[in-house]
Design a protein around this ligand. Structure first.
Ligand code: SAH
Ligand code: SF4
Length: 340
């Protein structure tokens, strides 16, 4: 049986037409699902009984189970179990501008980045739109507030699950759905070039972040195997096309790894690479994990790296640290739980 949260409004309209009903029922149903947040179709009062009975036969509402929460002042970390017992996680962060959630898009990840817990755990499967949406619904229920920002930066490579992730975006963005503005949604990718090009034509103003993490192919090949398939110059070419179509500023994420990518030369090379591109550089202090030997760059190194980029008039920030105490880095809670 399908999960009702998997359907975009267009798909629901088609469904209603297929059972001989008017398509505007899709809008009514979206309001019940995402604004009134019903748990059972019987709670609906403005759709006739026979249609509600039909909905009950054709669909379920929600399937994932919250099994653990770690709480801190600014950040909560959630562990969910899916129907096939797979584990995924989400992180809630409180900012002065609102609340953001970092959602997972796959169980595990096949990109195999050397510094990443999720990459150590091979992909088991893609998440359905419903399983990504439910992370938001469950967290909103837990905190009793609306989530204002969504980042697709949890476990998984979203561009390795393109259809489901873009349907997820369509559903949460819908004004009758969760109504999360597209400018409040950010998708992060390790740089799957054909999907960057496809995303350039996706008609939603979603922010794109690229996990660059190195200023040249030599370093990037060592830490991100996917770079051998889509090297930096191919990513940059794709981003030029993406920018010409969307006019949206691109974010580059750069994890600071001690002795690997954090030298003065690396910073200068990064400046050369990004000069002239309308972008934002986000330096991320690496979250060390038990299973991986990389270390976080020293604070002075990070500051120096930042200064070089800033001096060259690129927009740059050092990411505020969230949740290092509660294993908030990508994949850490899940891998602790599975004890691997
Ligand atoms: N697969 C996508 C999105 C999920 S990873 C991507 O790679 O962009 C989200 C971000 O978390 C990436 O930039 C990734 O490099 C980073 N990340 C992974 N492990 C980390 C760690 N231990 N500390 C800090 N950032 C990490
Ligand atoms: Fe996958 Fe992103 Fe982790 Fe790389 S950093 S292994 S792409 S989740």
């Amino acid at each position: 049986m399908r999960n009702i949260y998997d359907l975009t409004i267009e798909e629901l309209e088609e469904y209603f037409l297929s059972i001989g009903e008017k398509k505007f029922k899709a809008i009514q149903l979206f309001v019940w699902l995402y604004q009134k947040k019903i748990k059972d179709f019987s709670e609906i009062t403005d759709i006739k009984k026979s249609v509600i009975e039909r909905l009950k036969i054709d669909f379920t509402i929600g399937k994932i189970n919250l099994i653990k929460v770690e709480r801190d002042i600014e950040v909560n970390k959630y562990l969910f179990e899916l129907t096939d017992k797979s584990l995924i996680e989400s992180v809630l962060m409180r900012h002065d501008y609102g609340t953001s959630i970092c959602v997972s898009s796959q169980v595990g990840c096949n990109m195999g980045c050397k510094f990443c817990e999720s990459g150590r755990l091979k992909k088991v499967r893609d998440l359905l739109p419903s399983e990504i949406i439910e992370q938001i619904l469950k967290v909103e229920e837990d905190i009793g507030e609306k989530i204002t920002h969504v980042v697709i930066m949890g476990i998984g490579e979203p561009f390795d699950n393109y259809e489901n992730v873009t349907n997820f975006i369509k559903i949460i963005n819908n004004p009758k759905g969760l109504s999360i503005g597209s400018r409040h949604i950010t998708l992060s990718t390790s740089g799957i070039v054909p999907k960057i090009l496809k995303f350039a034509d996706f008609p939603y103003q979603v922010n794109l972040a690229i996990s660059l993490h190195a200023p040249n192919n030599e370093i990037r090949n060592k830490i991100m195997p996917i770079n051998k398939v889509y090297p930096i110059e191919k990513i940059m070419d794709a981003l030029k096309i993406y920018y010409s179509k969307t006019k949206r500023r691109i974010t580059f994420e750069y994890i600071m790894l001690d002795g690997i990518n954090d030298s003065k030369d690396n910073a200068e090379e990064l400046v050369k690479l990004l000069k002239g591109i309308n972008c934002y550089v986000n330096l991320i202090p690496y979250n060390e994990t038990n299973n991986i030997e990389y270390k976080r760059s020293k604070k002075e190194k990070i500051d120096k790296f930042y200064d070089i980029i800033k001096k060259n008039n690129l927009n740059v920030t050092i990411r505020r640290e969230f949740g290092t105490n509660i294993s908030a880095a990508c994949g850490q809670l899940r891998s602790k739980r599975e004890d691997i």
